[in-house]
Design a binder for this molecule. Structure first.
Ligand code: DP6
Length: 358
């Protein structure tokens, strides 16, 4: 019997211009462009073991995967995923989709998938982005005839990256921005990496770890009947252009102002849809109120860039130089909240491929 082991990791990403509202729900096509910063260590690790079998099957194993002694620091961070029935069904559907798009419909074999995140569920980090990017890459490598070659070559072929991001998007929209970095622009029809400076540390102030009351897939539908939706695609288009200029010039005041306006607009859409809903907790407001005053309080320091995902937790992007000072400040003001920390990264990677016979 032969077996193959593919180990990949894919980071999450944090959008400064948000994907919210779909033009095609089944294809996860967005109504506007979005722009995000790819993270690094806040990621999903996925191991896919492929064994001989008479038919194709996917098994999901719920345990902590073994990264080996050389990655002992990363190993300590891995958390066991709790797979719901919905998650399992989505993973199965995605495996079938990747096999089909890779032209490997007739491929047989037993795929045993283990995925672990390095961040807890409900921490305000998009786990569907990192997990679908990781699954897409692992499944695509498993479909290739030579996984070694695939692991060496996939990043050099921009058309292939485009195919992968397209495929991943079908699983979860925001995952298409996790393959490259640090800045990724998702135009409705294509993902592009932008070579702007990213001198940031992302400090995530975790005010709440509860499960979201409204899934982001539902939020995409419900924002469309908010009166504030009117003119949003045009506003976003202007914001994207302004943000690109600001990023290129590393104009932190402009980046901060654009991110703040965009995050509040997205949450404003939630708060004003026909059946309004909110992800915010009272603590979210406390943190936002404090940040509104303190993010630009010292003229000697660059302002913090503040944003929120579809959740209660607050991302504070600060320059590396002032990261420790910001961490101390936040800890002093809000000792009750956990702070997660990460840096910009370059996207998904195949970490290891092993072929074996037993
Ligand atoms: C709020 O990618 O989770 O994080 O395509 O339905 O899986 P689906 O939605 P998802 O949308 C999350 C959007 C967001 C903003 C963003 O990351 O752009």
């Amino acid at each position: 019997m032969s077996s193959r082991r593919i180990l990949v990791r894919a980071p999450s990403n944090i959008a400064l211009i948000k994907y919210m509202g779909k033009s095609d729900v089944s294809l996860n096509l967005p109504l506007n462009s979005s722009l995000s910063m790819t993270l690094s260590d806040l990621c999903t690790w996925a191991e896919l073991i492929v064994e001989d079998s008479e038919k194709f099957e996917l098994e999901i194993a719920e345990s902590i995967l073994d990264l080996g002694p050389t990655r002992s620091t990363m190993q300590k961070r891995l958390l066991q995923n709790a797979w719901s029935e919905t998650d399992r069904t989505k993973a199965l559907k995605h495996a079938a989709r990747v096999r089909s798009q890779m032209g490997a419909d007739s491929l047989k074999g037993k795929w045993i998938l283990k995925t672990n995140n390095t961040f807890p569920a409900g921490a305000g980090i998009a786990s569907s982005a990192s997990s679908f990017a990781a699954m897409t890459l692992a499944f695509a490598a498993a479909c290739s005839k030579d996984a070694y070659q695939f692991s060496r070559e996939w990043r050099q072929d921009s058309e292939f990256i485009h195919r992968l991001t397209d495929l991943s998007r079908l699983g979860s929209g925001s995952s298409c921005r996790s393959f490259q970095g640090p800045w990724v622009l998702w135009n409705p029809d294509r993902v592009a990496v932008l070579p702007y400076p990213a001198p940031f540390v992302d400090l995530v102030v975790v005010v709440d770890q509860g499960k979201k009351s409204v899934s982001s897939s539902d939020a995409h539908l419900r924002v469309l009947d908010s009166p504030l939706w009117l003119g949003r695609p045009e506003r976003v288009s202007k914001r994207v252009s302004a943000l690109r200029i600001a990023l290129e010039k590393n104009d932190l005041h402009a980046i901060s102002a654009i991110a703040w306006a965009e995050a509040l607009e997205m949450h404003g859409l939630f708060h004003t849809s026909k059946e309004p809903f909110s992800y915010w907790k009272p603590e979210t407001l406390k943190v936002l109120n404090w940040l509104e005053e303190s993010k630009t309080s010292s003229s000697a320091e660059p302002p913090a860039v503040v944003t929120l995902d579809a959740g209660a937790n607050v991302h504070v992007l600060v320059t590396q130089e002032y990261a420790e000072a910001w961490k101390d400040r936040i800890k002093q003001k809000f000792p009750e909240f956990k702070i997660l920390e990460d840096r910009p990264g370059t996207g998904a990677e195949i970490v290891e491929v092993q072929e074996g016979v037993y």
